[in-house]
Write a protein that binds this ligand. Structure first.
Ligand code: NAD
Length: 288
């Protein structure tokens, strides 16, 4: 069994990005600048945004963190987005999700200039992705494709089962894996909460991408020998033995599934760090 080490792989990608930034600076060109907008004080969101800002510093990017209270009106947030769209210093920006309930997420994502949409969530960029045109790929699926590619996991002609159909992970994952491309050419089944007999489907899979957000949902009896496992889930599970009172769990029951797997991503240290590295890569692309 081989661990698909997202921490190590993302480290290599960050080094490549840092070298590109040094080169840009040498040529007197602009330093990439990523802005992140955080509305409210959700603990997990604050951790994710903090990690993204720290990663920017590490590769030599400029970064701006815009922290807004959870009482921020939709109109005020749209105004801030307009400012970022029109600020030539900012190459790309992200709006950390989820947003407070009184704000229409769709309206907000639509307001982002597609050329600065380094999360790849704007419909214009989603459309380009589906049509295999150059664009910003959403960071989590992009990170998974990169991990499969760098570990040379064979996907061509393989049966891939994606669990979860969210707009940011499951759906784009199913599209990318089925495309004619590196780490693509797979036969993809997209499953979700209404899928019947999921276990029968997962047992046939050569590769499983679990992105449903239920801790340790996929167990050893649901997979076949030799399967490749991509675990996207991050759930906080209460754990009194930990100083912070919780541990992070993936969607995969690692102990039972890893016994049968040929490749598997750990949680933490798998998909999570890859997501951040690909966000940086998109920002570099936006700057260039
Ligand atoms: P989501 O809540 O938007 O979607 C969950 C999906 O799972 C839905 O499409 C639903 O139909 C499906 N689902 C729910 N119960 C199911 C069941 N019993 N059987 C089959 N399908 C079922 O989730 P999301 O935003 O895609 O996130 C999924 C998980 O991935 C979460 O734990 C999230 O925290 C994590 N995540 C991690 C990263 C990362 O960088 N590692 C990035 C994004 C999301």
């Amino acid at each position: 069994m081989i661990i698909l080490d997202g921490k190590k792989t993302s480290g290599a990608i960050k080094e490549e990005i840092a070298a590109a930034v040094v080169e840009l600076k040498k040529q007197g060109k602009k330093t990439p600048h990523l802005a992140a907008v955080l509305v409210g004080n959700d603990g997990a969101s604050m951790t994710y945004v903090g990690a993204k800002v720290k990663a920017c510093e590490l590769v030599g990017f400029e970064s701006t963190l815009l922290e807004l209270p959870d009482t921020t009106s939709e109109e005020a947030l749209l105004h801030e987005i307009d400012n970022l769209n029109n600020n030539p210093e900012i190459d790309g920006f992200i709006i950390q999700l989820p947003l407070p309930k009184h704000i229409d997420e769709h309206k907000v994502l639509m307001a982002v200039n597609p050329e600065k949409d380094v999360d790849g969530f704007h419909p214009a960029n989603v459309g380009k992705m589906a049509l295999e045109l150059p664009t910003f790929l959403p960071a989590t699926p992009y990170g998974i494709m990169e991990l499969l590619e760098r570990y040379e996991v064979e996907t061509s002609g393989k049966n891939v089962v994606v669990i979860g159909r969210s707009h940011i992970v499951g759906r784009p994952m199913s599209i990318l894996l089925s495309q004619k491309r590196t780490a693509g050419d797979a036969t993809v089944t997209l499953t979700h909460s209404r899928t019947k007999n999921l276990k029968e489907i997962t047992k046939e899979a050569d590769i499983i991408v679990a992105a449903l957000g239920i801790a340790e949902f996929l167990t050893g009896d649901m997979v076949k020998e030799g399967v490749t496992i991509i675990d996207v889930g991050i759930t906080r599970v209460e754990d009194a033995s930990k100083k912070r009172g919780f541990r992070l769990a993936g969607d995969v029951h690692f102990d039972s599934v890893s016994k049968k797997a040929s490749y598997i991503t750990p949680v933490p240290g798998g998909v999570g760090p890859m997501t951040i590295a690909m966000l940086l890569k998109n920002t570099l692309q936006a700057c260039q």
